[in-house]
Design a protein around this ligand. Structure first.
Ligand SMILES: *[C@@H]1O[C@H](CO)[C@@H](O)[C@H](O)[C@H]1NC(C)=O
Ligand SMILES: *[C@@H]1O[C@H](CO)[C@@H](O)[C@H](O)[C@H]1NC(C)=O
Ligand SMILES: *[C@@H]1O[C@H](CO)[C@@H](O)[C@H](O)[C@H]1NC(C)=O
Ligand SMILES: *[C@@H]1O[C@H](CO)[C@@H](O)[C@H](O)[C@H]1NC(C)=O
Ligand SMILES: *[C@@H]1O[C@H](CO)[C@@H](O)[C@H](O)[C@H]1NC(C)=O
Ligand SMILES: *[C@@H]1O[C@H](CO)[C@@H](O)[C@H](O)[C@H]1NC(C)=O
Ligand SMILES: *[C@@H]1O[C@H](CO)[C@@H](O)[C@H](O)[C@H]1NC(C)=O
Ligand SMILES: *[C@@H]1O[C@H](CO)[C@@H](O)[C@H](O)[C@H]1NC(C)=O
Length: 813
């Protein structure tokens, strides 16, 4: 190995260099590094520390095997002040940062790839790199001039003495506890004003200082083009644009940092010496909804609890990233004014994007302006002052009792207000921020670097998920405390979430006395029905539960959790009925194309007619969709829901063959502590259940992973693999294991061979993508590992499957 030997050489060099004051100390903290020296990632003691010890610089773990090169406060819980490679962490083995003789600090990954470089351009010979007591990492030449300093390249934090100038800016991180860059920036604009801006690929919007005011009304000046802002040691900030503020604990001897937080708000923090915690000593904006872009286009920011919602007629675009906002469920045609109408919402404003402004206008006049202008999507109107704001787009939406404006948005006259579906969808159902996965997801790279990369990817994914899960849980908990489902709740305004309570009579009517049976499962019989008034009908599937004990309260509690689960790959619950233990029903959305088992197994007969509907790319998408749904249940959502009965019968297909998982969350409802151990009822179906059911191990999400593996094998082969287990009774497990090991042998030992053609469903007539098939098969084999610790998590499964890129052209050579 090259690295260890290099490292030993380096150590001996280091120990022999008697000029070094710390040479004999046991840990290898440096006060400076000389040209040719390096800091190595694998030694956590290998740090550069400032003379007083307040700051350290070195490799900071951002995942179990992912590191950034950062400067942090040593005296608190390592709050990061600066990072070189925030969007591209390096591996936990073999990465290092070196000071080259040309003065460049260079961060290289395990394979020598240069990930970051300071691009120093010295005029003289370099002396050393050193971390100063103010947290500044500097490279100096022999005459002591600073040739490069980290203070010139802030990430999201300014330290006292560090200047924000026309050449740099603060960029927020994308989520709490994650270092990679987000969309909010603190910078000097070309008008010499320091401001906060939201800048995504699709939208740019300034939100501080008050964008509604001209600069002099904000007490700023646009005339000083030096463009410098600096926080001094006392906690006093002065900007050349006349921005001035004091820390609330103004004075010497306090450690401070000015950070643009992930929520887009600029805050000044002071460190309490005793408790070692940070407290806020100044804040640019106290109202989080004033930050632009947080809820995306058409999204609406609300308080108590803080959340994003979609207005009536809009639906969320990506539940995993609210900044993408909502999309309309209707089309407004332009040519005829009499074909549109307006839906209103009081106390609501969508800031900006007005194409005109008029005061003292009557409501009708204002409405007319919008009605006759094709580009007008909505208008804001203030009663009293008669202010009228016709808008071309709806951005930066916020709802607050203090807003005196009402917003009116255009919908087609024929647009029907959805009665049962929610008026709003909730943010905290799952606010998972969009974490960039740093270039490690590409297949080629993974193949090249087998194990190392996997470990790297897994551990990083895990740590990100932990942080997010915590975040979501806290959010959910607040919501949960606030909300209760009121019986018979129907008003849109107050409906807290996505589902309502039905009476038994109502459902009896809706299903025509339970006439049209859709299917039967362990937990009950499912009927088709239609709910809603004449004009707003909604087709639903009504499930009559049997064997549900427990009081109404408990039932309520469980259901309000399930009712909030909302993901495109999960069947949506629309409501429920609970009238004593006798009448317990669940109302689900109706899914068009029946279940996967029917599509996969029963059409086997008519394959000869070429009418076979489940082609390769559909199968691929189904696999990814199911994995996503399960990953959402396991990792992202509310409670960590284990399905316990993943099988083709529980995977429904909509009209576009997008899979939706049914029957999740029922485990607790049926009064079992974990997935119940009695296999007779809904939990677990022989052939799909994981081996740990037989032993006495607690059931975890890994049991679902196993079942998913079996389903995936079935999707690939088109054969009921679970039947092998059923048919051969006692030795079932053995037969299955043996088959798996045969497949695995083939997979591992004949990388090219045509054996895969034998395994994949013959009804596809070889019309499949072999590299995708190999990935999927590999995933399936990992999932059905007997030892559950060797099975991946659902989130990892999603990531592996996504590399398949199901939409890709068939490239089957
Ligand atoms: C500007 O300064 C004046 C006087 O100090 C103060 O009353 C006013 O609130 C300030 N305006 C803003 C937007 O900060
Ligand atoms: C511009 O701002 C800088 C820094 O605050 C200050 O030193 C300088 O005097 C200002 N120039 C003018 C013309 O006000
Ligand atoms: C900050 O506090 C110092 C000391 O109390 C005071 O002299 C100064 O005027 C204050 N500055 C601002 C902008 O409030
Ligand atoms: C807090 O700690 C810093 C660094 O150790 C020290 O310089 C400062 O004097 C302390 N401040 C107070 C108020 O004790
Ligand atoms: C520092 O982190 C540890 C472990 O994460 C935690 O127990 C401790 O409370 C934290 N301390 C402070 C001051 O935040
Ligand atoms: C920007 O718009 C494109 C296409 O309209 C969309 O695919 C993308 O997700 C949007 N990005 C964000 C951050 O909203
Ligand atoms: C709106 O129009 C587009 C294209 O004209 C169409 O693809 C889309 O389905 C329509 N959406 C609705 C909700 O009618
Ligand atoms: C990924 O890395 C390769 C080379 O390391 C680079 O060419 C490519 O632009 C990177 N892609 C992204 C999305 O950063």
């Amino acid at each position: 190995m090259k690295i260890p030997s290099l490292f030993t050489t380096f150590i001996s060099y280091f120990l022999l260099s008697s000029s070094h004051p710390l040479a004999l100390s046991t840990n290898l903290n440096y006060q400076n590094i000389k040209p040719g020296w390096s800091l190595y990632v694998h030694d956590s003691q290998n740090l550069l520390v400032s003379p007083s010890g307040s700051f350290s610089c070195g490799f900071y773990p951002v995942g179990l095997n992912a590191f950034s090169f950062s400067i942090w406060f040593s005296i608190d819980n390592k709050t990061i002040a600066w990072t070189a490679n925030r969007d591209r962490p390096v591996n936990g083995k073999g990465s290092r940062v070196s000071l080259r003789h040309d003065g460049c600090l260079v961060l290289s990954d395990y394979d020598g790839t240069v990930v970051w470089s300071s691009d120093t351009q010295p005029t003289q010979k370099i002396n050393q790199a050193q971390l100063l007591d103010n947290g500044n990492l500097v490279v100096t030449d022999l005459s002591g001039n600073i040739v490069w300093q980290s203070f010139d390249h802030p990430t999201d934090t300014l330290l006292p003495g560090q200047r924000i100038t026309k050449d740099n800016q603060l960029v927020s991180s994308v989520a709490k506890g994650v270092l990679s860059s987000g969309y909010n920036k603190f910078y000097f604009d070309s008008n010499n004003i320091l401001q906060l801006i939201y800048e995504s690929p699709n939208m740019t919007s300034i939100y501080w200082p008050d964008p509604f005011k001209i600069w002099w009304d904000n007490n700023r000046t646009a005339y000083n083009s030096s463009r410098i802002g600096v926080l001094d040691e006392m906690g006093y900030f002065v900007g050349s644009d006349n921005l001035r503020f004091n820390a609330s604990d103004f004075g010497d001897n306090v450690m401070r940092r000015l950070t643009l937080d992930h929520d887009g708000i600029l805050r000044l923090y002071s460190l309490n010496n005793l408790t070692k915690t940070w407290s806020i000593s100044w804040v640019a904006l106290s109202q989080p909804c004033e930050v632009h872009g947080i809820c995306g286009q058409y999204g609406l920011c609300m308080y108590q609890p803080l959340r994003c919602v979609c207005p009536l007629g809009f639906e969320i675009l990506d539940p995993n990233d609210w900044r993408k906002g909502c999309k309309p469920t209707f089309n407004v045609t332009c040519n005829s004014a009499h074909q549109v109408r307006f839906i209103q919402r009081t106390h609501t404003d969508f800031w900006g994007f007005d194409f005109s402004y008029t005061a003292k206008l009557s409501y009708d006049a204002c409405k007319k302006i919008c009605l006759h202008d094709c580009s007008c999507q909505a208008f804001g109107y203030k009663k009293g002052s008669g202010e009228c704001y016709p808008k071309v787009s709806l951005m930066n939406g916020k709802f607050s009792q203090n807003t005196m404006q009402t917003i009116y948005w255009k919908v087609p006259r024929s647009f029907k207000v959805p009665k049962v579906s929610p008026r709003e969808k909730n943010l905290h159902d799952c606010h998972v921020s969009d974490v960039q996965f740093m270039n490690y997801t590409s297949m080629e790279q993974r193949k090249k670097n087998g194990k190392l990369k996997w470990v790297y990817l897994y551990s990083f994914a895990c740590s990100v998920f932990l942080v997010e899960a915590l975040f979501i849980f806290v959010g959910w908990w607040f919501m949960w405390r606030e909300k209760k489902v009121e019986p018979g709740e129907q008003s849109y305004e107050a409906a807290p979430c996505c589902f309502r309570r039905f009476s038994y009579k109502e459902l009896e009517r809706a299903t025509k006395k339970f006439r049209d049976e859709l299917g039967r499962g362990g937990s009950g019989i499912v009927y088709k029905g239609v709910v809603g008034e004449e004009t707003e009908r909604l087709v639903v599937a009504v499930k009559k539960l049997h064997g549900v004990s427990g009081g109404d309260e408990e039932f309520f509690a469980e259901l309000s959790i399930i009712g909030r689960i909302n993901h495109m790959n999960l069947v949506r619950m629309r409501g429920f009925c609970s009238e004593g233990t006798a009448h317990r029903l669940l109302v689900y959305e109706f899914v068009e194309n029946s279940s996967l088992d029917k599509a996969l197994f029963s059409s086997q007969m008519n394959s000869s007619q070429g009418a076979y509907s489940l082609g390769w790319s559909r199968r691929c998408k189904i696999a990814v969709g199911v994995a996503k749904g399960l990953a959402y249940l396991h990792h992202d959502c509310l409670e960590w829901v284990i399905h316990c009965d993943v099988k083709p019968e529980n995977i429904l297909l909509d009209d576009e063959f997008e899979p939706k998982i049914a029957d999740f969350g029922l485990v607790k409802l049926l009064n079992r502590s974990s997935c119940g151990r009695e296999l007779s009822r809904i939990q677990g179906t022989r052939g799909y259940i994981a081996p740990e059911w037989a032993s006495n191990l607690p059931i975890t999400g890994k049991a679902d992973v196993y079942s998913f593996g079996v389903v995936l094998l079935e999707i690939l082969s088109g054969v009921r693999i679970s039947d092998w287990v059923l048919d051969s009774k006692e030795e079932a497990e053995m037969v299955f294991r043996r088959s798996m090991s045969i497949i695995k042998d083939k997979y591992l030992h004949s990388k090219q061979g045509s054996w895969i053609d034998e395994f994949i469903d013959v009804r596809l007539n070889g019309d499949f993508n072999r590299s995708q098939a190999l990935i999927m098969l590999n995933v399936a084999l990992c999932c059905v590992e007997e030892e559950r610790n060797r099975r991946p998590h659902m989130a990892d499964v999603v990531r592996m499957l996504q590399s398949c890129d199901c939409d890709a052209e068939m490239l089957n050579q």
